[in-house]
Ligand binder design. Structure first.
Ligand SMILES: Nc1ncnc2c1ncn2[C@@H]1O[C@H](COP(=O)(O)OP(=O)(O)OP(=O)(O)O)[C@@H](O)[C@H]1O
Length: 255
């Protein structure tokens, strides 16, 4: 019997508009260690964490506690040593690399502390880039106008319509993070994984980015997992967990 995630209908399953949006991401029994010299340094030890559709989950913890590591494992940017990552009950961390790439590109959007925009591209080019990478050149060319329209819609959504042709060096930190959020959303992800999205911003600008994330969560039921050092912002999520000594501890919100 073929695995419905692995076989060639994968694209249809993951992209079909008839398909209900992915509901739940679960990481269970996660162990992760890094090699340092000739020994392994454990970072995560038996972590269990989940996010339901429409949730806004924040992850706090001391520097070095493994928050980014966990976020990367949840988004298939890295693989656990032990444990499983499941999307709607189907294990996804052990799939072939190409299938993991497809799931990562279509289910997850990523936002990082330092934006990671391409410096030589304009704002609209940066935002449309994931669609260019995802589609073949022919398909991209055929749909070029609709892709650019979608990028422009998202740029408008994040309040940057007046900056379409600006390069990242011509944008403020807050504008760059808004651009990075628009880029993360262009592939219509189900789950946004944000690693310290306000960490490089002043308080007011960080507040604006948080408000934008909260609007995306409530108005579009976008699931969000946010790593942050800011305890106050963390409390504004629907649920907060703390990473301590490699384990997850519930802090606030629903269990
Ligand atoms: N690729 C890697 N190779 C080796 N060690 C790593 C690697 N990535 C992370 N680590 C180590 O794993 C531990 C957890 O790192 P991680 O970045 O996940 O922590 P964090 O809680 O996100 O930290 P911060 O809040 O400072 O960003 C740290 O000790 C770090 O040095």
């Amino acid at each position: 019997m073929s695995d419905p995630v692995v076989d060639e209908s994968c694209e249809t399953i993951l992209l079909s508009s008839a398909m209900p949006p992915h509901a739940q991401l679960v990481a269970t029994g996660i162990d992760k260690a890094y090699r340092k010299g000739d020994h392994q340094v454990p970072v995560l030890r038996g972590v269990d964490i989940s996010i339901d559709r429409g949730e806004f989950l924040s992850i706090v913890g001391q520097s070095g506690s493994g928050k980014s590591t966990l976020l990367h494992l949840m988004g298939l940017l890295d693989a656990p040593d032990l444990g499983e990552v499941l999307l709607d009950g189907q294990r996804i961390d052990d799939l072939p690399a190409r299938t993991r790439d497809q799931i990562r590109n279509r289910v997850f959007g990523f936002v990082f502390q330092f934006y990671h925009l391409m410096p030589e591209l304009t704002l609209v080019e940066n935002v449309v880039l994931p669609l260019m990478i995802r589609h073949s050149i022919w398909s991209y060319w055929k749909n070029c106008r609709s892709h650019i329209d979608r990028a422009k819609q998202l740029i408008d959504r994040v309040g940057l319509s007046h900056r379409l042709t600006h390069k990242p060096s011509e944008l403020s930190g807050g504008e760059m993070q808004r651009a990075a959020i628009a880029r993360a959303l262009v592939s219509q992800p189900q789950i946004l994984l944000a690693d310290e999205p306000t960490g490089n911003l002043d308080e007011k600008t960080g507040r604006e980015i948080m408000d934008l994330l909260k609007r995306l969560n409530t108005e579009e039921q976008l699931s969000i997992v946010m790593v942050t050092h800011d305890a106050q912002l963390a409390r504004e999520a629907t649920r907060t967990v703390r990473l301590t000594a490699g384990r997850v501890e519930a802090l606030a919100g629903a269990a």
